[in-house]
Design a protein. Structure first.
Length: 447
């Protein structure tokens, strides 16, 4: 384990993209290829067991393969060479069928697809947990009043449940994206040296079919060595999720500021402390999520740039994917894990929300007053009148209610009771409840 792994990724995703898993998934391809060659009649039945017996990552030295890969240009070449030698030690004839008809990219890309399938499973499980947590928060706080903020300034009232519903709605779109993306990504990348499977003669398509079935992958219409949209789509799908997680973390961290105090991350021994300030309670979960949201877009850009590959198999672009795509998955998984932990124990300070709602002494409700006056004065005239009253309240230090009540032009149209009603935040949340209902209903149907 690297020192920062527990901070920036999850245990499961680190396991999926570990060196041992990378090797094992490549070896899974080789074992499946041997079985497919036997089923088509190219390889003898007796050759399968000797090959399968050597397709275990624990039998190989990572250091030896790593040093050899630096000379060979990819990991598959030394891996296949050593696998062949190992099989030959017990069955020289079987060794002749190791990697038959395949090329290095088939091994590496298929291994990556198999790793991605595990990553998709994990991410979709975590997204389901994320969705369930947000459903509960949305339902519990659908009526909890909160100052809506635009351009980091108070705008008009919303509810905390509406904010949670917005996060939930985005989470559900990500669940749909992952379902769609994995359908296009879990496809066998097998084409041989130049994508034609020529080394297998007329048996190439049948070997590919058996191989896809064995590995439980879809069979493509054509090999896709140099068409990298599948992997790029995976990167962008994870990148979009990372962006949403970052947006949520930004909201939570802003609402956790000392002067705001509306939310706080869960308290736990050793969590969020400072090395020098004893009183600090830092939003450490949000910091990790935001770090991922900063790092991932640049990695996604690398994957998009790597799509421009030459002819039938690329030079350099393919290599650029090997560490980049796993890092995208791991960083996003880490951010998602941290956010679930934050939300599971999120501290919600409703008294602070009420205090902040009242901090402008009624100015938060200026639009409500303007809309009521617009019925008699027209929108522009009403806006200008309320804007003038707002500035007067700010300059004089008076409450907005007192200024409104003292304006003859306003009191002609609005009684004291009507002004009080207009200045009550709970009367101006618009379609918030209907929107919450729609989001919750859609989410629960999917669950």
């Amino acid at each position: 384990m690297r020192l920062l792994d527990p901070l920036f990724t999850s245990d499961r995703m680190r396991e999926i993209f570990s060196d041992a898993s990378r090797l094992q998934r490549m070896l899974d391809f080789e074992a499946a290829l041997a079985r497919s060659l036997e089923r088509v009649g190219i390889a003898a039945q007796s050759s399968v067991a000797p090959i399968e017996s050597q397709c275990h990552s624990k039998l190989f030295s990572n250091d030896t393969l790593a040093r050899a890969a630096a000379l060979a240009g990819n990991l598959a070449i030394p891996l296949v060479k050593e696998l062949t030698a190992r099989v030959a030690n017990s069955d020289d004839k079987a060794a002749g069928f190791v990697h038959l008809g395949a090329t290095s990219q088939d091994v590496i890309d298929t291994g990556m697809v198999l790793q991605l399938r595990d990553a998709f499973d994990d991410t979709q499980r975590e997204l389901a947990r994320f969705s369930t947590t947000l459903q509960k928060l949305t339902s519990a706080h659908r009526q909890t009043l909160l100052a809506g903020r635009t351009w980091l300034q108070q705008a008009s009232p919303v509810t905390l449940g509406l904010k949670f519903a917005g996060w939930l709605d985005a989470a559900e779109r990500h669940r749909e994206r992952f379902t769609e993306t994995r359908r296009r990504a879990e496809v066998l990348p097998f084409g041989g040296a130049a994508g034609t499977l020529a080394a297998l003669g007329n048996n190439g398509p049948r070997v590919a079919e058996f191989l896809a079935t064995d590995l439980n992958l879809a069979l493509p219409d054509i090999s896709w060595h140099a068409q990298r949209d599948r992997f790029a789509e995976v990167a962008t799908t994870y990148g979009l999720l990372a962006g949403t997680l970052g947006k949520i973390a930004r909201d939570i961290s802003l609402m956790s500021q000392t002067e705001i105090g509306e939310l706080a991350e869960p308290a736990a021994p050793g969590r969020g402390g400072s090395s020098t300030l004893p009183h600090k309670r830092n939003p450490v979960g949000c910091s990790v999520i935001l770090a991922a949201a900063i790092r991932v877009p640049n990695l996604v850009s690398t994957m998009l740039a790597a799509m421009v590959q030459e002819h039938e198999r690329g030079l350099g672009g393919w290599h650029a994917e090997w560490e980049t795509l796993p890092e995208i998955c791991m960083l996003t998984a880490g951010a998602l894990s941290h956010l679930i932990q934050v939300l599971d124990g999120l501290e919600i300070h409703e008294e602070a929300m009420t205090r902040n709602l009242n901090s402008t002494r009624g100015l938060l409700m200026a639009e409500a007053v303007s809309m009521a006056l617009a019925k008699a004065l027209g929108k522009m005239s009403a806006h200008q009148l309320v804007e003038r009253a707002s500035h007067q309240a700010i300059d004089s230090g008076k409450s907005f209610r007192d200024v409104l009540a003292g304006e003859t032009e306003i009191s002609k149209y609005l009684s004291a009771g009507e002004i009080d009603s207009l200045l009550d935040p709970k009367n101006y949340t618009g379609a918030a409840q209907a929107m919450i209902d729609r989001v919750l209903n859609s989410s629960k149907k999917r669950s």
